[in-house]
Design a protein around this ligand. Structure first.
Ligand code: ATR
Length: 263
């Protein structure tokens, strides 16, 4: 039950009706036995800065999730941002400190990696191929590097974006071998599709699935459909597959922990 002492959390988005975060995070709060509630907050881009000021003033606000289209703008609106989120150029979770300061971090890619680890598929030391170089790819690339992936190849339709992302990751994690390359899964242990290919029926494959070998780990972040044509092909070829929904629970836990952490 919501009472006067319930801590308030939010998700900021535009549009808002499609967000699933309230269901997922309120279930997390229940599981943790926290007196907290997360509500949808529909805010357009033009009012985002005003909203952040209100959030600073709102003493019973614990934090909020930031999603489309505000993740990039949120970086400069927070009072403090983790070095990784600043480098990725996006914030998806903000904690409000007791003094009102807003502290942002990024968990999109970390949720994905935590989902892999929970299945015993730790990317540490493995040779990974990341297909795609957009916002989702950037979060995953940094999260893979953060846990010590052995070698990372980034392939993208627009090669320049892959090169740019590869150089950003290797600047931030100089010890990790990162390069732009072809979408050829041969001699990789882990292959990740972070493009939007697979969301629509009839989409092309993000890479040549005929080249997949048994035991390779093939993962992606597409939620709908739950099993893409690419993952079905990978399954037929004996690969270990990880569908997009796996990262959801892990991401919710990481975001919940970050927002409710008392510093
Ligand atoms: P998101 O933030 O969800 O990652 P994005 O930044 O628009 O979205 O990135 C979409 C990714 O899917 C990009 O890597 C994009 O490739 P380009 O950089 O060449 O645009 C990739 N993508 C989308 N449609 C594609 C298609 N038809 N073929 C190949 N790659 C595609």
């Amino acid at each position: 039950m919501i009472t006067g002492s319930t801590r308030l959390f939010g998700i900021v988005a535009d549009p808002i009706a499609q967000v699933r975060t309230p269901e997922v995070l309120n279930a997390y709060f229940d599981k943790q036995g926290l007196d907290a509630v997360l509500v949808p907050l529909h805010i357009g881009a033009a009012q985002l800065a005003v909203a952040f000021d209100v959030f600073r003033a709102l003493k019973n606000l614990g934090g909020f999730i930031v999603t489309v289209p505000h993740k990039t703008a949120a970086v400069d609106l927070c009072d403090e941002v983790s070095a990784a989120a600043r480098e990725i150029g996006a914030v998806n979770t903000v904690r409000r400190e007791p003094d009102g300061r807003l502290v942002g971090d990024m968990f999109d890619g970390r949720g994905f990696v935590a989902g892999l680890k929970a299945e015993g598929l730790d990317p540490a030391g493995r040779r990974a191929l990341l297909v795609g170089a957009g916002g989702a790819a950037a979060a995953i690339a940094f999260a893979l590097a953060e846990v010590g992936v052995g070698r990372l190849t980034i392939a993208n339709r627009t090669r320049a974006r892959a090169e740019e992302l590869a150089s950003r990751v290797s600047r931030f994690y100089p010890a990790i071998q990162v390069e732009a390359g072809d979408a050829d899964p041969t001699s990789h242990d882990l292959i990740v599709n972070s493009t939007s290919l697979g969301m629509k029926t009839g989409d092309a494959m993000p890479f040549d699935t005929e080249l997949l070998q048994p035991e390779q780990i093939v993962a992606e972040i597409i939620m709908k459909p739950e099993m893409t044509a690419m993952l079905r092909q990978a399954t037929l070829r004996g690969c270990v597959v990880q569908a997009g929904r796996h990262m959801l629970d892990h991401q919710a836990r990481l975001m919940g922990e970050f927002m409710t952490r008392v510093s």
